[in-house]
Design a protein around this ligand. Structure first.
Ligand SMILES: Cc1cc2nc3c(=O)[nH]c(=O)nc-3n(C[C@H](O)[C@H](O)[C@H](O)COP(=O)(O)OP(=O)(O)OC[C@H]3O[C@@H](n4cnc5c(N)ncnc54)[C@H](O)[C@@H]3O)c2cc1C
Length: 491
């Protein structure tokens, strides 16, 4: 397997595959790690994916949870307050802030520990393919692989080389991104703010522990060169009490966000993931998280194909499952962006008047993403396609206790051993929840099943619920259905 690009998505995919025993070569054109901040937001599900890669303990150290995301008008009044629980359903804070190079360092170290190969300073110039494999052309000569995945970011040469059609929503704006390290700890409640001031729409959020991220919309007619100077950066930071004597400016750059995706994610033995497949405005904080979900979805499918357990048609379900989710996240980000990027004071006053009455003493829940409704899921069983929850017992997260992979969770003792035996093909196992998990247990999994009136839930390695069953016989049928789906086309 070749992965093109050692960004967070390529590294996550590589770690997930090497962790399953696959040989993976990551090719990265940069000779050294890129140390500038970039994405800053991680949702709970993305954190759980990284936990499953074996970097959970390190991740805890580099995240700053962000339970409230408040939007204010020019006068400082709240017009929207989104709440994101610290104990989110994926077992992590539903929203956390981080410094991208910290995350990449954790992944690089993990890949090395697992024995994966990362070759830096090698640029991929094209990918050819034939029925038996892909030939990745590089500045170091050709590399042969069973499959190649382009995780080469926005402007992906792998995607353009394949001629993948692009769908562009045409919503793009240039924002000045300022990354600052204040000398003293930052005191602002809540830590994440969106300032919907038509005079200068501004995002003021954490950039991970000890860091602040400011994003300021470039106004119509504003000179780009002048705006990106350090002098102008400090002028814009002054109202926040930041100046060269009490803070370091790490990055000042104009960044144009976009809202687009490729309409095909696979061409034979070549696939794309992460920013190579989609880019979205930053307002929902989903750009990188979406890419990590791509990696989690693709990793187990490629693993089963490489193991000869699944036919390669399963790789088509990668696009079927991920594209609607990406379209949904991108449309949500655009919708939020249209609320934020208002520079007409009259329109802004109308927006504020419409939104402010919706703000109550309690924050409202941030919108959640829809379940997978087509692909490797037992459509029609309650909760199929939803994201499986992660509880705790004895102070430990469930995935750390039971491992991740194919898991048949049951609240009924005696889901037959037969179901467990049939899962062995997929290296899966049955987890029977005792009615009392002891002190420190939150019983999230049991509550999830009780709410849907089921006694068993079959969960995929990417934490998507394959399907559920209302009784023991149904649990065996579910495992059989899964096996039939997976082995389809393997003869
Ligand atoms: C300069 C920059 C600034 C950004 N700023 C922000 C921001 O302010 N806020 C935000 O939310 N997001 C930002 N992003 C986007 C965010 O970093 C991405 O969403 C996230 O990194 C997605 O990860 P990825 O692995 O898909 O792609 P990337 O992180 O872009 O990784 C792609 C990797 O592929 C490598 N590569 C590319 N082409 C080749 C090739 N031909 N051969 C070999 N290697 C190749 C690149 O060097 C890179 O390491 C920024 C991205 C960049 C590049």
């Amino acid at each position: 397997m070749v992965v093109v690009g050692a960004g967070p998505v390529g590294l996550t995919l590589a770690v997930a595959l090497v962790g399953r025993g696959r040989r993976v070569l990551v090719l990265e054109r940069r000779a050294a790690p890129y140390c500038a901040p970039r994405a800053v937001h991680l949702d709970g599900e993305a954190a759980r994916i990284l936990q499953s890669c074996g970097i959970g303990a390190g991740l805890e150290q580099v995240l700053e949870p962000a339970p409230i995301y408040e939007w204010r008008n020019a006068g400082g009044d709240a017009i929207l307050r989104l709440g994101r629980p610290l104990d989110g359903p994926s077992g992590w804070p539903a929203s956390s802030m981080f410094h991208q190079p910290d995350l990449e360092a954790l992944l690089v170290a993990r890949l090395a520990r697992l024995g994966g190969e990362l070759r830096r300073g090698v640029e991929v110039t094209g990918v050819d393919q034939d029925p038996s494999g892909a030939t990745v052309r590089t500045t170091d000569g050709p590399v042969r692989a069973a499959y190649a995945v382009g995780c080469d970011g926005a402007g992906s040469s792998v995607a353009s080389g394949l001629g993948l059609p692009v769908h562009d929503l045409g919503f793009d704006h240039e924002w000045l991104v300022l990354d600052v390290v204040p000398d003293d700890p930052w005191r602002q409640e809540p830590i994440n703010l969106q300032i919907c001031d038509p005079a200068r729409p501004t995002t003021a959020v954490s950039g991970g522990p000890g860091r602040r991220r400011f994003e300021l919309m470039r106004l119509p007619g504003e000179d780009a060169g002048e705006l990106s100077t350090p002098r102008r950066a400090w002028e814009l930071l002054a109202p926040w009490g930041l100046h060269p004597a009490n803070a370091t400016l790490e990055r000042s750059v104009l960044y144009r966000f976009a809202a687009r995706w490729v309409e095909r994610w696979r061409a034979g033995r070549v696939l794309v993931a992460g920013d190579a497949a989609h880019q979205m405005p930053p307002f929902a904080g989903e750009g990188l998280c979406t890419g990590l979900r791509d990696a989690a979805n693709l990793a187990w499918k490629l693993d089963l194909v490489l193991a000869g357990i699944a036919g390669d048609a399963i790789l088509d379900t990668y696009e079927t499952e991920r594209l609607p989710a990406v379209v949904g996240a991108t449309e949500l980000s655009v919708e939020l962006g249209r609320v934020v990027c208002v520079v007409d004071p009259v329109a802004a006053a109308g927006r504020d008047a419409a939104m402010a009455p919706g703000v109550g003493p309690e924050p409202i829940a941030a919108p959640s993403l829809p379940p997978i409704d087509e692909g490797v899921v037992a459509v029609g069983t309650p909760g199929a396609g939803e994201t499986w929850v992660q509880g705790r017992s004895g102070g430990q997260r469930s995935d750390d206790l039971h491992g991740s992979g194919w898991r048949l969770w049951s609240i009924e003792a005696g889901v037959p051993a037969e179901a467990g035996r049939r899962l062995e093909l997929l290296d899966g196992k049955v987890i029977t929840l005792p009615s009392d998990r002891g002190p420190g247990a939150d019983d999230l999994e049991r509550a999830w099943m009780a709410e849907r009136g089921v006694v068993a839930a079959l969960v995929r390695p990417d934490f998507c619920v394959f399907g559920t069953a209302g009784d023991r016989a149904g649990a065996i049928e579910l495992v059989e259905l899964l096996r039939a789906r997976i082995t389809l086309g393997t003869g």
